[in-house]
Design a binder for this molecule. Structure first.
Ligand code: ADP
Ligand code: ZN
Length: 756
């Protein structure tokens, strides 16, 4: 076999290197190469048409019998690298677990390899390539591993049985960790806290010391029984289903309020695609909120599902990707990066809650999973379904213009009613009471009513902590972070002033550090204060606060949701993490304490985001037998984001908002690229962008800036922005003509959605 110069991509942010490899080696296959004196694993990327003049080394070994990255996925990566201005190497870790593509395999003396072997699952997978060469009979074992499931599925509880005189040290660790965790924890969290393997739980369970409960058991017979039933689709759902042509590319926007039956349409389509022997890629905004969906999918397509977790421990995460590689799963459910999963032969892509900001990465490479999913569908020649109750204005406009097919579900299946929405004008409340109120009288009265009926309430305030900032009444100074250009938030629970950007914290001073006056006071209530207030007003109510402060430990958010779902909570109070995707059967009142809070942000999407949030949180109120009520407290009751949320009228909102966007030349009518500069001084950051601006040679663009970023300093680094507006093609041209220095001060954000 003759050897030809071949590009080999290592899992490092560098362009490919060139080695000699057998002619015809398929791209996407892993190889082992020598880099200086170490061994590394790389991916073959095809022949190098212009190899360097230097003497080339041959590769050491071919590791896989078939490409781990299917050709269409490599095309997608090449597209994404061009579009988002990154190297393909930056995208590899989003497609393959590091276990399959380690940075280094081993030194010649085997040092690094043994380091890797220490980490159980990791080592097993790193050897996989050779394992299947050596012993093909291993394959079925790897393929048919039981489906590994993540946080939110199994809860472990202490049974309260008296401890027998003797437990092993690992058993003791579990029991102690459980006790610390309040007697009940999610399994992955518990195992992590105790630092033991899952087998210990089995033993403890047999001894009657703990019990393990699957989520479905907790949720009761009713739901469990109904999970795998195939519903008879109503007419709108059938129309939507039939409108999606399989085997050909097309973008379909499925618009329907929460509960209108969108998921049933996805399921029916997925069933057809799976029956044809093709695969389904199913994107969700957050895996933590998909427990019910996964239960539905497992019941409907048992054993065929793999899950792409973002935050689970390595073994589980890799387990499912490995199943994909070996064709051990046909339906892959995952968050953002799953759009780059090594799935072959895709027949359908679903993007649920397509408007969600979590699909856009806020770290380099700043990909947008929904947009890449559309590209992937195009490359695969398959349909893609974008679903939402509040579609992004980008997708909505594309549907209005006929580029996407609009499918709508307007009726809700029997038993589901829309909540009634009311507005409370906080200015009136202030005028009447002559003081600022957290809960205006109508909301307070509603809370009382709901408590009396034994139902549940949810209060949303998108600000954690006790007080938003501290200010000196004598001189007007606000206490800011020494490293960031924002104020510190007071957390009463641990008596700290804390920076929500960098985490800097300090014990609150008694006097103003500037003028020495002892007149510091807190301004702007946060969830912690609301919780305290509620506890005073309703001392016997069961109140649960869920925000980033109370849910730091893994699994605690899921545990909180479960408690609320099981009716163990009377009043839930929290930030927007409560707004999404969850159904609480007894929840009949939703109160938004400051509905126009998000409108004060200087961002052209502020109105859209506020409308989405309000609609979403309103959707939590009332299910089936119990009609819901939503109360929005606001200082700007006339704002369209509020009035259309009040009317629960997405189309009206879109029709009122789109002309503004068009008039101001914002997306979806133009595209944006944000160039961000970061440096030790503001001057350096500014000069970098000014230099870039002067070199710009692409016509047809509007250039704004350089301007200070809304938060001009974070972690002692100064930040400036340069915003380019124009047609997508021209913005792509800028990228091609003006590449950025890899380690330079400027970074790139195409189609930005966060401007902080
Ligand atoms: P969405 O995804 O739009 O929020 P779902 O598909 O989850 O809505 O549907 C909400 C509830 O209504 C689910 O319990 C679902 O099983 C049920 N449902 C949906 N469509 C039908 C139907 N045609 N007949 C009976 N029940 C349905
Ligand atoms: Zn800070």
């Amino acid at each position: 076999m003759s050897l030809v110069p071949t590009r080999i991509q290592l899992n490092r942010p560098l362009p490919p290197l060139t080695y000699l490899a057998p002619e015809g080696l398929p791209a996407g296959v892993r190889v082992r190469v020598k880099v200086r004196n170490s061994l590394a694993v790389g991916l073959a990327m095809g022949p190098d048409p212009a190899p360097p003049a230097a003497k080339l080394r041959p590769i050491e070994a071919v590791l896989d019998p078939f490409p781990l990255l299917p050709p269409k996925l490599r095309e997608l990566q090449a597209f994404a690298a061009r579009y988002y201005g990154c190297l393909e190497a930056h995208l590899l870790p989003l497609s393959l677990p590091q276990a399959l593509l380690p940075h280094w395999e081993a030194d010649e003396d085997g040092q690094r390899l043994s380091f890797h072997r220490e980490r159980g699952a990791w080592g097993v997978l790193a050897d996989l390539g050779e394992a299947w060469h050596r012993d093909p009979s291993l394959l079925p074992t790897l393929l048919h591993r039981p489906l590994l499931r993540g946080a939110g599925f199994t809860e472990v509880r202490l049974t309260g049985a008296p401890h027998p005189p003797r437990v092993t040290p690992s058993q003791a660790k579990v029991l102690l960790a459980l006790e610390d965790g309040g007697g009940a924890m999610m399994e992955p969290e518990l195992l992590e806290a105790a630092g033991v393997g899952a087998s210990v739980l089995g033993t403890l369970e047999k001894r009657g010391l703990i019990e393990r409960m699957k989520r479905v058991d907790l949720l009761g017979q009713r739901r469990e029984a109904g999970l795998d039933r195939t519903v008879v689709l109503n007419e709108e759902q059938r129309t939507a289903l039939e409108a999606v042509a399989l085997g050909t590319f097309g973008v379909h926007l499925l618009h329907g309020v929460t509960g209108s039956g969108k998921t049933e349409v996805y399921l029916a389509l997925a069933e057809r695609v799976l029956a044809q022997g093709r695969r389904v890629l199913w994107l969700v905004p957050e895996i933590g909120l998909t427990a019910r969906l996964l239960d539905r999918l497992e019941a409907r397509f048992p054993g065929r599902i793999a899950v792409g977790h973002a935050g689970l421990n390595a073994g589980e995460k890799h387990g499912d990707v490995v199943r994909l590689l070996f064709n051990g799963a046909d339906l892959f459910v995952g968050v953002r990066n799953a759009v780059l999963a090594p799935l072959r032969d895709i027949g359908l892509i679903i993007v649920d809650e397509e408007h969600e900001g979590s699909y856009k990465s806020e770290e380099h490479p700043r990909i947008h999973a929904r947009d890449l999913a559309i590209k992937r569908a195009q490359l695969e020649g398959c349909p893609i379904l974008l679903g939402s109750a509040t579609p992004s204005l980008e997708s909505w406009q594309a549907a209005q213009a006929g580029r996407y097919q609009l499918l709508q579900l307007k009726q809700r299946p029997a038993g589901i009613t829309l909540p009634t929405v009311e507005i409370v004008d906080l200015r009136d409340a202030y005028r009447q009471l002559r003081r600022k109120v957290i809960l205006a009288p109508p909301l307070m009265q509603a809370l009382v009513d709901v408590l009396e009926k034994g139902e549940q309430s949810l209060l949303l305030l998108n600000r954690r902590g006790y007080e938003n900032f501290w200010m000196c009444r004598a001189c007007g100074k606000t206490l800011g972070c020494p490293h960031c250009a924002i104020s510190l938030t007071y957390h009463r629970g641990d008596f700290r002033l804390r920076c929500h950007l960098c985490g800097h914290e300090t014990v609150p001073p008694e006097a103003c550090p500037d003028c020495g006056a002892e007149h510091l006071r807190g301004v702007g209530e946060g969830t912690e204060q609301v919780e305290e207030h509620l506890k005073q007003v309703f001392p016997s109510a069961r109140i649960l606060r869920l925000d980033r402060d109370t849910t730091r430990r893994r699994g605690s958010f899921e545990a909180g949701l479960l408690a609320a779902e099981a009716g163990e909570v009377d009043i839930l109070v929290g930030t927007q993490m409560l707004a999404k995707g969850h159904t609480f059967p007894k929840l009949t009142l939703v109160g938004v304490l400051n509905a126009d809070q998000g409108l004060k942000v200087a961002d052209f999407r502020a109105s859209e985001r506020t409308f989405q949030l309000l609609t979403q949180v309103a959707g939590r109120a009332g299910r089936a037998e119990l009609p819901g009520r939503v109360i929005l407290q606001t200082y700007s009751p006339e704002h369209p984001a509020i009035t259309f949320a009040l009317a629960q009228d997405f189309e009206g909102f879109a029709a009122s908002e789109l002309p503004f966007r068009e008039g101001l030349g914002y997306p979806p009518f133009t595209a944006l690229t944000l160039y961000r500069a970061e440096a030790d001084t503001l001057k350096e950051a500014r000069e970098a962008l000014e230099g870039f601006r002067q070199r710009l040679s692409v016509p047809g663009l509007r250039v704004l800036g350089p301007l200070e970023a809304p938060v001009p300093r974070v972690r002692d680094r100064w930040r400036m922005h340069l915003l380019l507006k124009g047609p997508r093609g021209a913005l792509g041209e800028v990228l091609a003509r003006h590449p950025l220095a890899p380690a330079g001060p400027i970074s790139l954000d195409r189609d930005p959605i966060q401007f902080g």
